[in-house]
Ligand binder design. Structure first.
Ligand SMILES: [Zn+2]
Length: 266
């Protein structure tokens, strides 16, 4: 699995063992566009080395699918490229990047601390709100579908391939820590309108439309459980997660974030 796979014409993905993080590479006429940059400078160096197996062309464009550390803390190694992301990705990295570093630092074993300490958090300097098309010799379409896994997730579409970032996850259940569960199914409606072929998730291997629809339904049904609990004035811990499609701890985070949205706290 730890090699490049061609998922469309000159469109590649590589799923790294670390976090099952999936990187995209789109080869243009004079340069390469990559989707996400991994979680540290060391990992980004490895990515640069791995890209030489694909092409001699330089990386001229980098797209961050959202602001999470595992997707954009390798940005500093790609300063020669145009860095693109949603406006909220830039804002979050600028305003809360150091907080995230402390959180990640404290959550990781000591052998990772030096790598996290040396990360230079570099926000994308090229941003957009709804949609932008990049011309790399072929059109690459970046779109925001509204709040979902975070307030910054975008899709990257080229030919019939859609990179979905963490709006879709294959190797594990979706992650709800910074999510807006009430909005996520609607964001996936927007994403699904673009799907004509493979969907490359932020973690794991490419999936198809049916997989995305199932994940959307799983989120929606868990959100409805949360909504019913909120309206019945039940504490999140009082809900029964046994019948939800996700592991209990994941369903619990769906419920907590849904409650926070319904209460107007986020
Ligand atoms: Zn991620």
């Amino acid at each position: 699995m730890n090699t490049w796979h061609e998922v469309g014409d000159d469109v590649f993905f590589r799923c790294y063992e670390s976090l099952a993080l999936t990187i995209g590479a789109v080869v243009g006429d004079d340069g390469v566009l990559i989707v996400d940059t991994r979680a540290s400078h060391d990992q980004a160096y490895e990515l640069i080395k791995d890209l030489t197996m694909l092409t001699d062309l330089p990386v001229c464009w980098v797209v961050n699918t959202h602001y999470h550390w595992d997707h954009c803390w390798g940005n500093a190694l790609f300063r020669a490229a145009e860095l693109w992301g949603h406006a909220n990705t830039r804002l979050e990295l600028m305003e809360h990047g150091e907080e995230a570093r402390r959180r990640v630092f404290n959550s990781l074993p000591i052998e990772h601390h030096a790598a996290i300490r040396e990360v230079e958090i570099v926000p994308p300097e090229h941003t957009f709100s709804d949609r932008v098309s990049l011309d790399i010799g072929r059109a690459v379409d970046l779109r925001y579908h509204g709040r979902g896994h975070t307030n910054s997730d975008i899709s990257v579409a080229v030919a019939d391939v859609v990179f979905a970032g963490d709006l879709v996850e294959e190797s594990a259940p979706p992650s709800f820590g910074d999510a807006y569960p009430l909005d996520w199914p609607t964001a996936l409606d927007g994403l699904l309108k673009l799907v004509e072929g493979p969907v490359v998730p932020g973690h794991g291997r490419p999936v198809d439309r049916a997989f995305v629809e199932q994940q959307q339904a799983d989120i929606a049904v868990t959100v409805e459980l949360a909504r019913a609990g909120f309206e019945a004035d039940l504490a999140p811990g009082d809900l029964d997660f046994a019948d939800t499609p996700f592991p209990a701890e994941v369903s619990r985070s769906v419920v907590e974030r849904t409650y926070a949205q319904l209460a107007g706290d986020i």
